[in-house]
Write a protein that binds this ligand. Sequence first.
Ligand code: G3P
Ligand code: MG
Length: 238
Amino acid sequence: MDAFWSRHRYWIIGHRGARGHAPENTLAGIDAGLRLGADMIEIDVQYHADELWLLHDLRLERTTSGRGRLADARRAELEALQVSGEPLPSLDAAIRRIDGRVPLNIELKSAGGSAEAVARCLRAHLQQGARPADFLVSSFHLPELARFRAALPEVPVGALFCGVPLDYAAAAATLGAASVNLGADFLEPALLEDARRRGLALLVYTVNEPEELVRLREAGITGVFTDYPDRGRTAAGG
Ligand code: G3P
Ligand code: MG
């Protein structure tokens, strides 16, 4: 496994910031994740109206003051939205808020240009002094992730799986990924073994139960996405 992962024995990754403590995918959530000791912060990003927005759902109503599909909204409407009293953040604002204190895991939720837009955004930050290891870009949409990798190969990527592929971790290796990011319901030993054999880190989402956080550390999993980074810290031993 490469040097990126050797910084922590068991990575505690704040899921959508620190979703158990603060509104998801907000700057306040990022602050909470950092305060609670996350080793990395994960956010969901979608590209629309020439901007990268922090938003998990394709629709606006669950987490914002808006209604309807993000894809149907005008930029001015999005700029006026409230997310628990704050503006809907952009990727650029999230990167500035973290300011290189921990790596930021940017999950591409949409295709249609998001790979190139994220690459442009990260390239600008790299030119201003950020390091490639300040970022991990991931997606379930592996062709979009491949486009990101082609656009900005120095930034590590993680292949997201919500199940067990026929060829186990082969797609992650083909992508040149640094990690397999796997749903907790699919901890299939053959997939874990194949990922390990290929030198890939294993990150598991979303793990909130204290005993499960400990069990996965003892099983040698590289890291976990959790809504409760404080519980993760306890399980990691501080
Ligand atoms: O990146 C891990 C996890 O966030 C993937 O699932 O739906 O919470 O974005 P979701
Ligand atoms: Mg996510």
